[in-house]
Design a protein around this ligand. Sequence first.
Ligand SMILES: [Zn+2]
Length: 253
Amino acid sequence: MLSDDDRIRYGRQIIYPGFGEIGQERLKASHVLIIGVGGLGCAASIYLTYAGIGHITIVDDDSVELSNLNRQMLHWEKDIGGKKPISAANKLRRINSGIKITALCKKVTEDNADQIISGADVVIDGLDNFQTRFVLNAACVRQGVPFIHAGVNGLLGQITAIVPGKTPCLACIYSTPPVFEETIPVFGVTPALVASLQVMEAIKLIAGFGETLQGRMLYFNGETMEFAYEDLVKNPKCSVCGAGRRNFKENRK
Ligand SMILES: [Zn+2]
């Protein structure tokens, strides 16, 4: 149930048609996981915190470096050398003391992915590599947790909402994880924009209104300011969500 303070604090979103107090209560009762608290994860966690998600868990194993500071808004000069989830959680708790923030200084692996995402309502992709995204995608499919995938490169961004059992998964879209050999360029505004869209998707999925990017990839090109959509197709033989799927134990070997 919402408190009187909640009704004031979130009043401007509660009056949104189709959202209402019920929508806000759903956000308050939800647990959102952000895997990776870099450019995408910082911006996503800020807006999830402002929106009043009741429990936010941020997961990352990296430490803050000077080269992160052109885009990773929650990490400041004084945080260099510290663990990213701690740095982020400290700021987020000061933004909103009415919600629970959990900092998890861990790398997501095949061995711990299921345990980390267990009980989450939505998982936000804040990763910078497809190998870990594939691990997370498979765990989300196994656990039936919606996974909001996003990626950025320079001024390009992409985002889709993967809902297990309903939409294609990441392994349907890419037969193997794309590999980037070199450090990818990135401006801070690109992850900020795409992460805002991720939070918009999370809010709609949790509160149950609007149309999400289920079964569609949204591409953004900041050089030309174009948005484009691609309809995604489920691969019936997908090794994660289709007929090629092996059972859980086999998968973990
Ligand atoms: Zn699939």
